[in-house]
Write a protein that binds this ligand. Structure first.
Ligand code: MRU
Length: 352
């Protein structure tokens, strides 16, 4: 069994929204208390909280917090102000579609709720989104664990664990579920330049949960794969297009190419809220570009000369053809993904 979590990613408290400050990990466990929605928006932008599902939960809670502070009994005025706040959240980070999914869900909830109940109902809705996210991750784990052989060497990229979600995680959730069943696993975590989510967050989280982990730099993945140490790759996703093309942390595409070359299964684990069927293919997925100082610096230390340029897309797109299967809370999707995704939406009534 994985060890019980000693941390939480995000929580609603009477004083405001408490968010684990992921920028301080692994050296310090500290929480940021947001009493204003603007604080939550900044926390998303600055990656105090990050990971597609966690960003969605943060936006939902931030909107509920904003709703509490709106000083009107008139529903039309409320909806106008709420819409403006939704737009501010929507402008925080562009790639993870869970953000837009959560905003849409909060808007729908606001529209159908009577004025007198808006504040309480929106808070309940945000807390439901958090609770559901954890349940979905556990369901994903249950579907995905069968893909993990005993004594598996598993490579993962970035952080798609409890820290990136309401709890339990997507890609790491699959690993936790396999481990909980008694399977031996050994995780190889890509450090994930430039923000180092693998080195700082994935290794920390796995250690907290008692899972053996080895940190590698991205350049070491090919050598490890050729050595036979890796049985499978599992990663999370920020947005999955209707044809299965998957946006995830920059560097994921390279890992997928390497896995394909070495005949190693490459799995993506993501909830339905990460699917965007309005995007026909990966070409339609907006990619966030971040400040070039993330590349120029490692921690506080500058690692490149001044007077040059840096390229810093935060995400890349892995073509569906390189993905072995997509693990969702409803089951495991196999190629051709376009048909599998369309079938899933008719089966579940959920339009991803
Ligand atoms: O820039 P980040 O840290 O928000 O990017 C996170 C990722 O790319 C994760 O792999 C993805 O959001 C899935 S999290 C379950």
């Amino acid at each position: 069994m994985i060890k019980k979590s000693s941390f939480f990613t995000i929580k609603w408290t009477p004083e405001g929204i408490k968010i684990l400050d992921q920028r301080a990990l692994p050296n310090r466990v500290r929480y940021l208390l947001c009493a204003e929605p603007a604080c939550v928006i900044e926390a998303i932008k600055k990656m105090v909280i990050r990971g597609a599902p966690a960003i969605g939960v943060a936006a939902a809670m931030g909107l509920a917090l904003g709703a509490r502070q709106m000083d009107t009994d008139d529903k039309t005025t409320f909806l106008k102000e709420f819409e403006a706040l939704c737009q501010q959240f929507a402008d925080s980070r562009p790639t993870a579609v869970n953000l837009f999914w959560a905003i849409q869900r909060m808007k729908t909830c606001a529209k159908k709720t009577p004025a007198s109940l808006l504040k309480e109902t929106l808070k309940t809705e945000a807390e439901t989104i958090l609770r559901e996210d954890i349940a979905l991750n556990r369901a994903m784990g249950a579907h995905g664990k069968v893909l993990v052989p005993d004594s598996a060497g598993i490579l993962t990229h970035c952080n798609a664990g409890a820290l990136a979600t309401g709890g339990f995680g997507t890609a790491l959730g699959v690993i936790y579920a396999a481990f909980n069943e008694g399977k031996k696993v050994h995780v190889y975590a890509d450090e994930t330049r430039p923000v180092l989510q693998g080195a700082r967050l994935t290794t920390w989280e796995l250690k907290q949960h008692g899972i053996p982990v080895t940190l590698i730099t991205e350049g070491m993945a090919g050598t490890l794969m050729r050595s036979g140490a890796i049985d499978l790759v599992v990663v999370g996703a920020d947005r999955i297009a209707g044809n299965g093309d998957t946006a995830n942390k920059i560097g994921t595409y390279g890992v997928a190419v390497l896995a394909h070359h070495h005949g190693i299964p490459f799995y993506v684990a993501a909830p339905l809220s990460t699917f965007d069927t309005a995007a026909e293919s990966g070409a339609a997925i907006p990619i966030e570009y971040r400040d070039e100082n993330e590349v120029f610096y490692c921690g506080r230390k500058r690692i490149a000369p001044r007077g040059i340029e840096a390229f810093n897309p935060a995400f890349d797109v892995t073509p569906a053809s390189l993905i072995t299967a997509i693990i969702t809370e409803k089951g495991v999707l196999r190629p051709p993904f376009k048909a599998a995704i369309a079938h899933l939406s008719t089966q579940t009534g959920v339009t991803p």
